[in-house]
Design a protein around this ligand. Structure first.
Ligand code: GLY
Length: 341
């Protein structure tokens, strides 16, 4: 078992990584917690034992459950059960569950403790760590939420054995970004060690910039195009099936090509990106039918884009946020990657 601290003063917490770590849940609950509301999805299929009185709250399937109405249902269920601030929420699942349960915990009674038991690779290396919680609106993803740090996070690698192939690919796409955030050679490590390194890197960034006033934005490497692909993919006339991390993998390849086009990196560094993506078996391709205009329009509305098209890009000094990227350069790279003009 590997223990990684997220150092945030009196809100410091531990992330446990390793096979069977879910059995340590009861020891990680806040001292004095009397009852645990266990929030999960049916498909997760992972049982936990909080060691105190508990009740299971099952939210709907998939990303569709990431709504304000799910949070309302949860909070009403907590209220009907009589949950108080002295109790705890335990999320058991992937990023949808940790985001929704975390936001319900942040909001109910103006905040009670939450412990995340992350059951997907993507949640273990990203979603469950660092306190971002929230839900989607019809107008966009993650538009309502709160920073709410958990009391502890469990990354049980034993439960990953039953992860469907597409979920693996999604987690690997998110993991690939860490190779360019200061963890070269990551892909060669054993899984537990690799997850722990990703957690440690994210923990260090979050400890330095909890509310994303600066460096934390670098964790969104590859995400500007990824979010656009996900948003456009929800439109009925596009409707491609792309997991978040698969979209991030494509976003990483795009970001490398764009950085090269802007003279920030050389072909060798683009090659490093493609090698890491290849080592993880990630195709990193645009979905058939992706159109340049749709993608550029959504990227122009990105939260970071306050001064023209804005991306996290690699460069000689490492990753940085680059604003005012010329639209024509972006369009050329998208066309080169197979988008329809
Ligand atoms: N997923 C990026 C972050 O937590 O900041």
């Amino acid at each position: 078992m590997i223990q990684v601290p997220v150092v945030l003063g009196e809100r410091t917490y531990q992330v446990l990584v390793g096979s069977g770590t879910r059995h340590s849940l009861s020891a990680l609950l806040p001292v004095g917690a009397r009852r645990a509301a266990v929030v999960t999805q049916e498909a997760v299929g992972v049982e936990v034992d909080p060691g105190i009185e508990n009740r299971r709250f099952v939210i709907g399937p998939g990303e569709a459950a990431k709504t304000l109405s799910t949070v309302e249902d949860l909070c009403r269920g907590f209220a009907q059960w009589g949950l108080t601030r002295a109790d705890v929420v335990v999320s058991v699942g992937g990023g949808v569950v940790t985001d929704v349960a975390g936001f319900a915990a942040a909001s109910y009674h103006r905040g009670l403790s939450v412990v995340h038991v992350a059951t997907t690779l993507l949640a273990q290396v990203d979603a469950a760590i660092g306190g971002k919680t929230g839900v989607n609106l019809p107008e966009g993803k993650n538009l309502v939420g709160a920073f709410w740090q958990p009391a502890a996070v469990i990354c049980d690698t034993e439960v990953l054995a039953s992860l469907p192939a597409r979920e693996w690919a999604s987690g690997l796409g998110e993991m690939a970004k860490y190779s360019f955030l200061g963890e070269p050679g990551l892909e060669e490590l054993a899984l537990d060690e690799r997850i722990a390194r990703c957690v440690a890197l994210k923990a260090e960034v979050v400890a330095a910039d909890e509310r994303e006033d600066g460096r934390r934005a670098l964790l969104n490497y590859g995400h500007t195009l990824a979010h656009a692909l996900e948003a456009v993919g929800l439109r009925p006339d596009r409707a491609w099936d792309l997991r978040h991390g698969e979209a991030v993998a494509t976003g990483l390849a795009f970001a490398a090509l764009l950085a090269e086009r802007l003279g920030r990196i050389g072909a060798d560094r683009v090659g490093d990106h493609l090698r890491v993506l290849g080592a993880y078996g990630l195709a990193a391709e645009l979905p058939a039918g992706a159109r340049v205009g749709d993608l550029v329009e959504v990227m122009a509305r990105d939260k970071k884009a306050t001064a023209g098209l804005t991306f996290v890009l690699d460069g000689r000094a490492g990753l940085e946020v680059v604003a005012g990227v010329p639209t024509a350069q972006v369009e050329q790279i998208l066309v080169a990657m197979g988008a329809e003009p």
